[in-house]
Design a protein around this ligand. Sequence first.
Ligand code: NAP
Length: 252
Amino acid sequence: MTQIDLSGRVALVTGASRGIGRCIALAIAQAGGRVAVHYQSQEAAAAGVVAEIEATGGDAFAHAADAQVADEVEELVDACARRWGQLDILVCNAGIWKGAQVAKMTEGQWDEMIDVNLKGMYLATHYAVSYLKASSAGAIVNIASTAGQRGEAGHAHYAASKGGMIAWTKSLAPELAPFGVRVNCVAPGWVHTDMAAAALEADGETINAGIPLGRAGEPEEIAAVVCFMVSDLASYMTGEIVNVNGGSVLCG
Ligand code: NAP
């Protein structure tokens, strides 16, 4: 077995309308998986991802949910189960990145960051886990960040949410291992998406100088690793935090 083969698998990718999540959804579909393309508000973008998958003979549908709202996330997971009767792969990718110095950080800013990035992951996992346990190849990948490992000045609430995702991953891996569900994390650094576009535009040279490989990543480069990690090629891998950041985590 040397090829990634996800045929017969059903995946839910949160935040799949754009950026890294979009590329993960496309990569899973290219490997033969069926994909639920989750989004919050960008309905046309999500429909475009579904159309791209269908154009190559794949099976996908789009479903909206605010990651912070339990009822909406429960309905998202139920929609996958209704359509395909199974859920094998969960990729918790939806997220936000905003700046705030601690003295000026409002309770609302803190709550929004933690609720979208951390509670959103908890909710998706909470509602999906019974399906993942029932699968013969259950796999979760959480998209964290270098910020969760080395911190990020001016974005402490974001770093705290991503550090929380890493601790959650390390906790769930042994908890779910007896059920055959693997739980891993990918930690990107700078990636060319809407999230990072303004910072990369304003400060690209300085940012690139701090990355050993000398450039920000492409979302496809994150997706390729996620696709491997949810596949049987990674069948003995759980509880890992995989750096896909051009080595930048080594320099912080
Ligand atoms: P992006 O291009 O800004 O896309 C964000 C995605 O999350 C969109 O699909 C968006 O849905 C969804 N989303 C945002 N808020 C949501 C909410 N409240 N409820 C449900 N969905 C919501 O971001 P990205 O750069 O691809 O980032 C994806 C993940 O990688 C994030 O967790 C991020 O922290 C992480 N990451 C990114 C970088 C980077 O440099 N880009 C670096 C390290 C880690 P809509 O399209 O409907 O708005």
